[in-house]
Design a protein around this ligand. Structure first.
Ligand SMILES: Cc1cc2nc3c(=O)[nH]c(=O)nc-3n(C[C@H](O)[C@H](O)[C@H](O)COP(=O)(O)OP(=O)(O)OC[C@H]3O[C@@H](n4cnc5c(N)ncnc54)[C@H](O)[C@@H]3O)c2cc1C
Length: 484
């Protein structure tokens, strides 16, 4: 950090807002750190109010300095990584709950409040904020909104977008805009609030939000189904929505993923299990019990085992097991590449088999798991991270995977976003017409292209710089793999 820049920023926001990127390298990476992605920032700044963010953005616009918004840094696509200098704008000091009215099921808060705190506040008042991305203790609500974070409960409750009724954000030049608010219905204008959800820090810095909460279910019960192969497992999964049943979660795990994690599964799995379904059913005590019986009935045909499971501490053991699945798969060969593709639900079986086929074609063991009910796979290729040939093959396999996911009518990303890691997929998924509209939208919010340049969509500032190789400050090591 140069003395002049430091003095300028101190004058603008005060000493408390400044973080030295050299002394605090955690601001230079996110959860893709284990993939080796690290950036370089000229400064890290933590404003304490919307007005301070506005002053900072105005300052950046006057000097043509890039701004990288940062929440909890748990993103899995490098979105919060400052790829090539500029300022990291950390929202950590905007961590106040502005109003909480449980009887009206609504919460107004600053963007830097953690997801866990939102869950806790809601729970303590008999309410629920349904989105449940895995790293809730660190992630910010602003980061969840910027990524439209989902999670297992997305099957019944949808992702973050469904729970945001209003946003305050600072856009290009330092203008503060407020879209939506506590009103639950509003169709007076374009739905800018929804547009900003999932924008991955490319349209501005979100500083405040209004969230819609819902009454918490009285109880949750678990159902487990075990199958000998993908065909039987997928048929069972599809029978759940096909029978009009809506469990809160409908997750699957298959092949090597089951093998790698079966030792830690809280119940003993039948030996021939190759495809595992775990569902959470919630509701009133009587309602959840009745629904779980129906879910078991839907999962039973073709199953080796399909039962409602219960026992002391089972829910937390299942959560712990679920969090360990990614690590267990990594440990098979020491590394992996894991991509969060999504396909229409009726193509789930094809997508699972396609992932396996791509693995075979590229000579890599593969497996997948994920949010079955949403057709959202963590499609994974295992590799020896010390073996350059393996690493290169895994990269090529991922490219093939994306192409085939799109051919199935799907998406290259169901929930993690494109960020930096997958920004080269933008033009693969979208045609010229869609690219033109999205580029034009970006230009309205951010005429100088300073918010998170090179993330999500091509960087307009140079001759299509986004398609260029990572800058030398970024050490990309796909051998270390990402995913959940
Ligand atoms: C173990 C693990 C499990 C996970 N499980 C899930 C899962 O189940 N479902 C899921 O969807 N995701 C999951 N994730 C990914 C990640 O946790 C979520 O995407 C989360 O929402 C990111 O929030 P964050 O605050 O950490 O954002 P960051 O990583 O800090 O930033 C993510 C993006 O949002 C932008 N951003 C952050 N704050 C703002 C703001 N205030 N204004 C504008 N832009 C902003 C950043 O620029 C960046 O592009 C998981 C991650 C981990 C590490």
């Amino acid at each position: 950090v140069t003395a002049g820049l430091w003095a300028d920023l101190r004058g603008l926001l005060g000493e408390d807002a400044l973080r030295d990127p050299v002394a605090s390298p955690q601001y230079l990476h996110d959860a893709t750190d284990w993939q080796g992605l690290r950036g370089r920032a000229d400064a890290v700044v933590a404003p304490a109010s919307t007005e301070e963010v506005a002053r900072l953005v105005e300052w950046c616009y006057a000097r043509q300095v890039a701004i990288v918004p940062r929440g909890g840094g748990t993103g899995l696509s490098g979105g919060a990584v400052p790829i090539d200098g500029g300022l990291v704008c950390s929202l950590e000091r905007l961590n106040q709950v502005l109003s909480f009215e449980p009887e009206l099921w609504r919460l107004n808060l600053q963007a830097g409040v953690t997801t866990d705190r939102v869950h806790q506040l809601a729970r303590n008042s008999g309410l629920m904020f349904p989105p449940d991305p895995g790293a809730a203790a660190q992630s910010h609500i602003g980061g969840n909104i910027a990524c439209n974070a989902g999670g297992p409960r997305g099957f019944k409750y949808g992702a973050t977008r469904g729970y945001v009724t209003g946003l305050t954000a600072v856009i290009g030049g330092g203008r503060i805009i407020t879209v939506g608010g506590p009103t639950r219905k509003d169709v007076a204008g374009y739905d800018i609030c929804s547009l900003m959800v999932g924008s991955e820090g490319t349209l501005g810095v979100m500083t405040e939000a209004w969230l819609r909460l819902i009454p918490a279910p009285q109880c949750t019960v678990h159902v487990v189904g075990c199958y000998a192969d993908v065909a039987a497992g997928v048929e069972a999964v599809l029978r759940v929505p096909g029978s009009g049943l809506v469990p809160a979660t409908l997750e699957y795990f298959e092949g090597l993923c089951v093998e790698a994690s079966r030792g830690a599964f809280p119940l003993s799995l039948p030996p021939h299990t190759r495809f595992l379904v775990v569902a959470e059913v919630d509701g009133s005590t009587a309602g959840a019990a009745a629904l779980s019986t129906e879910v078991v009935e839907a999962l039973e045909p073709g199953a080796i085992f399909a039962e409602r499971v219960e026992g002391p501490g089972l829910a937390s053991s299942l959560t712990r097991w679920r969090s360990g699945v990614s690590g267990a798969v990594s440990s098979i060969r020491g590394g992996k590449v894991s991509e969060d593709i999504a396909v229409p639900l009726d193509r789930l079986g094809e997508a699972i088999l396609m992932t396996r086929a791509v693995g075979v074609e590229f000579g890599l063991p593969s497996c997948s798991w994920g949010h079955a009910g949403d057709g959202n796979l963590h499609a994974t290729f295992m590799m020896d991270k010390e073996d350059r040939v393996d690493v290169a093959r895994a990269g090529e396999a991922a490219q093939e995977l994306f192409a085939r996911a799109l051919a199935l009518g799907g998406s290259v990303s169901g929930e993690h976003g494109l960020g930096w890691i997958k920004q080269d997929q933008f033009q693969r998924q979208f045609g010229p017409g869609e690219v033109a509209i999205m580029t034009a939208i970006k230009a309205v919010f951010d005429p100088d292209g300073l918010f998170n340049p090179g993330k999500k969509l091509p960087d307009r500032r140079g001759a299509d710089q986004s398609m260029a190789a990572p800058s030398p400050t970024v050490v990309a090591d796909p051998a270390r793999g990402i995913g959940q």
